[in-house]
Design a protein around this ligand. Sequence first.
Ligand code: PRE
Length: 318
Amino acid sequence: MSDASLPAPTRTYSYLGPRGTFTERALAQVPEAVGQTWRPVQNLGEALDDVISGRSDAAMIAIENSIDGGVSVAQDALATVPGLRVIGEYLVPVSFDLVARRGTKLENIRVLNAHPVAYAQSRELLDVRLPGHGHIPAASNVAAAADLLETGHADAAVAPPGITDHYDLEVLLSDIGSNKNAVTRFLLVSTTRVIPARTGADKTSLIAELPGNESGALLTMLEQFSARGVNMSMIESRPVGDEMGRYRFIIDAEGHILDERMAEALLGLRRSLARLTFLGSYPAADRSAITVDPRFSDTVFLDAREWLRDILGADSRP
Ligand SMILES: O=C(O)C(=O)C[C@]1(C(=O)O)C=C[C@@H](O)C=C1
């Protein structure tokens, strides 16, 4: 019997720190995480290890940037670390400033600290304003800035706006990203087997490996989706890593595993692929309801199954 007077156990959420990263902003969008324990970690591996070992209940990870594309280290981890499930998706608009220790002049900057994803988005302007600069990759945007005061290896850092509220640094160039509408997509991952409820605005994430080097195998995979009216919102290939020329596909499709069309597509994929990993069904970050062609509604699939059951029921009578 549970005692209602006992406080509910607190939940722990890991995220890429230190405090002030975009990943922290993504976590701030999770209503269930408010008032719980937030654990800043140094890198993706540590965040996922927290979840697998049970130190944390969930981890927020960056999975895709609208300019730089998929975060390959995160995609590979989802494909290879067993037991992970995606339970939420969040979007964070990202912009960057160039910051430096007080008194630094732009013309004296030789070396920059920057997270690779942030650097890729700021290259265009940095190459013009700081031609010939060097780049030291940082573990996160905030770590890039903090390191200016800790080690002083670099002269400046690419950092999130507002960083100077927390660190004694000054902004030399603001809003240096090449696209003012840049967005990073984050996933909340856990080991729970509980699939988030169907909302009508859901996504399903999968990892697919084709059977050998057969012609038409990719088309057969795509047909599983198109034949059931399931729209794919993302497909990217990543090397499996064991030998040259073997790839796996990271797929996001519109819909929930409890949608009949999605469940049928998954069964078709399971039959035709060498390996299929279900990463999760979860509410899409934009919460915009999916328009389902009436030919692929739940009712149509259920009617077809009923029709088959009727035939088999009649024919199997003695
Ligand atoms: O969360 C942060 O602030 C990070 O530094 C990480 C990260 C990433 O891993 O892609 C997140 C968003 C930005 O697009 C750049 C970097």
